[in-house]
Design a binder for this molecule. Structure first.
Ligand code: NAI
Ligand code: A1CAB
Length: 271
């Protein structure tokens, strides 16, 4: 299956809130015709209503792909409308945190091709990263189709085991929020040193965005890039001695942060 099949047979998006809209924005920008998309969402947002996609219309009987992007807690209410598409050729791709492939097989039928995916919101600007894993019925074809679709909104990595998905969620699914909070706290710290709110936010945003692009494009590791900024006994060293403090700095805090998110992903599996 390729994007042409998706354009011909249709893509159904169950739930189109923040994550669904981020991906849809990316797919439409990549050339997927809006008329090939059916959104099912009781509260469609302004973007969805203006996107030219079918909104809460009758669904095609056998679309190429169904993307499940409702909250884990809404799954039991939302999924039954799609049950008739199970055990067929329609590929289901779920982005919901914590919901296992086995749970979908239980709700849609054990012969349903299913890909479990964990994207992130930078997908809206084509800079997402999505991890994917498939059941046996989806196989390489299904993985390839999901990969093709998700590559339109950023990078895609294949996981070896579904169990890795909880930690992936803790790192890259939730990760943009950690980075946005880094921007918020960097800007607040600049204000505390006497800068205006606007100037400090402009400096913080550009610094995080610029460092991100440099980390992505440079041949050096992030560690080396950090060392390159750090003059011996200079300002960065003074700052990093606080940030990298093994007892109270970022390393133990990040361990706890990712640990808590990973644990929550495991808990969501149990309702
Ligand atoms: N927001 C993020 O950064 C990421 C979210 N996810 C996953 O994406 C899923 C959606 O998360 P968000 O987009 O953040 O939540 P959201 O609350 O923004 O979107 C959920 C959408 O589902 C709709 N909805 C509610 N009941 C429904 C039903 N019965 N049928 C169809 N649609 C229904 C809501 O109206 C809403 O538009 C979750 O499962 C989450 O784990 C995955 C990766 C990143
Ligand atoms: O917070 C959540 O549960 C979802 C999953 C990853 C990002 N947002």
């Amino acid at each position: 299956m390729d994007m042409k099949d998706v354009a011909e047979k249709g893509l159904v998006l169950l739930g189109c809130g923040k994550m669904g809209s981020a991906m849809l924005q990316g797919w439409l920008a990549d050339g997927l015709p809006a008329t090939s998309v059916w959104v099912k969402d009781p509260y469609p947002n302004d973007f969805v209503q203006r996107a030219g996609v079918h909104v809460n219309a009758d669904l095609p009987a056998s679309p190429a792909i169904v993307i499940i992007a409702v909250k884990p807690q809404m799954m039991a209410d939302a999924l039954p409308v799609l049950a008739a598409m199970g055990n067929g050729t329609t590929l289901f791709v779920s982005v919901a945190a914590g919901i296992s492939i086995a749970t979908y097989e239980g709700m849609l039928g054990s012969e349903t091709p299913i890909v479990r995916a964990m994207p992130n919101t930078p997908a809206a600007v084509g800079k997402g990263i999505t991890a994917i894993v498939a059941n046996a019925h989806a196989g390489d074809d299904g993985l390839g189709a999901a990969e093709g679709l998700l590559q339109a909104v950023g990078q895609v990595v294949r996981l070896e085991r579904e169990e890795q998905m909880d930690a992936v969620t803790g790192v890259s699914g939730s990760g943009p929020a950690y980075v946005f909070h880094l921007i918020e706290t960097l800007a607040a710290a600049g204000e505390a040193q006497g800068l205006s709110a606007d100037l400090s936010m402009a400096l913080a945003k550009a610094t995080v965005a610029g460092a991100g692009v440099l980390a992505e494009l440079a041949e050096e590791t992030p560690e080396q890039l950090r060392i390159n900024v750090t003059s011996p006994n200079g300002t960065t060293q003074a700052g990093l001695e606080e940030l990298m403090d093994p007892a109270n700095g970022l390393p133990p805090l990040m361990l706890r942060t990712v640990g808590a998110a990973t644990l929550r992903s495991r808990e969501l599996a149990n309702g």
